[in-house]
Ligand binder design. Structure first.
Ligand SMILES: O=C(O)CCC(=O)C(=O)O
Length: 311
């Protein structure tokens, strides 16, 4: 396995139009360094803040995420109070990492923190995830993906699996506290990453540092791109880019997923690919293609604005 330290572009003063033309539609990652400065969270959120404000809050955390890399949802595992968990975060080491508090819906668990992450950067619009859809199941799945999620981890804690985000969505990661390493692979490298047969957006390789090359020989040809996200930086991970993380210090991040005309085709493929019954797969493709075409037409003014601005 090779890896290189990749100088992912870091931009500031990036207008929405520049973002759309240079990164969103070309599906190219970027780090924007100056959009979170006004967030009260940047001043307030520390591990100690969560301990002080929410010390008695109870939740369950999976102690061995590598053994049960379930991507979303941590309802099983050991019960912690926030105070106990933050003590683990502060004492966390590479050898004995704290469990990872991740993918928790911010507004559900911490409604009082809503104003701390405003104003939201403009790049998340339009977002078709929270909209109404004719097919109830589609609406349920997409609406669920629209939530802003919170992550808190300690040094050595890690996201449990190399993956790309489900339903073909883009991910935006807003990093508030500490230092977090990202390990990223572009979609072209998928043949080397062994998508799991059960969930095509999760890799079957659980330990990227010590991969079983007898079982996963093509992984030797994969090239990881690694970079560190610093406090105040926002990372755009486009649809179908494989990624995972590891914390270099206590860390706090929030994320949001986005679906719109720039990645709707990824959603259509993702859904069609995951339907075993060919008829259902075909029907999903037809319905979703129509739903996307209608929304693209509705948002035509937005597209015109993006492309008619002088370069
Ligand atoms: O910040 C992280 O640990 C990665 C989050 C992520 O990739 C995800 O929730 O899909």
């Amino acid at each position: 396995m090779s890896s290189r330290i990749f100088e992912i572009e870091r931009r500031k003063n990036l207008s929405y139009e520049e973002f759309a033309r240079e990164y969103l539609y070309p599906l190219k990652p970027v780090i924007v360094t100056d959009v979170l400065q006004k967030w009260p969270a940047m001043q307030r959120w520390t591990p100690e803040f969560f301990k002080r404000e929410f010390g008695d809050m109870k939740f369950r955390l999976n102690e061995n995420p590598g053994q049960r890399a379930d991507y979303k949802g941590n309802e099983e595992g050991t019960e912690y109070t926030m105070a106990q968990f933050i003590d683990r975060v502060l004492a966390s080491t590479e050898e004995n990492p704290a469990p990872y508090f991740r993918n928790r819906v911010l507004y559900e668990m911490f409604p009082s923190l809503k104003n701390d992450i405003e104003p939201l950067p403009p790049y998340f619009q339009p977002n078709w995830l929270p909209e109404r859809y004719l097919v109830g199941y589609v609406q349920q799945v997409l609406n669920r993906g629209a939530a802003i999620e919170l992550y808190i981890g300690g040094k050595g804690s890690a996201f449990p699996v190399l993956h790309y985000d489900g339903a073909g969505t883009h991910a935006f990661l807003m990093h508030i506290y500490g230092r977090k390493e990202f390990i990223v692979y572009p979609p072209e490298q998928e043949p080397f990453l062994y998508p799991s047969p059960e969930k095509v957006n999760l890799s079957s390789i659980r330990d990227l540092d010590h991969p079983d090359l007898m079982k996963f020989p093509l992984f030797a040809r994969a090239t990881a791109t690694k970079f560190i996200l610093e406090p105040g930086e926002m990372l755009f991970v486009p649809s179908h880019w494989w990624h995972t993380t590891r914390m270099l210090s206590p860390s706090i991040t929030v994320s949001i997923n986005v679906l719109n005309q720039s990645n709707w085709h990824e959603l259509v493929e993702f859904v069609a690919m995951n339907r075993r019954n060919p008829l259902v797969s075909f029907a999903s493709r037809v319905y979703l293609t129509g739903a996307g075409a209608w929304r693209s037409w509705r948002d035509r003014e937005w597209r015109r604005r993006v492309y008619q601005q002088p370069a």
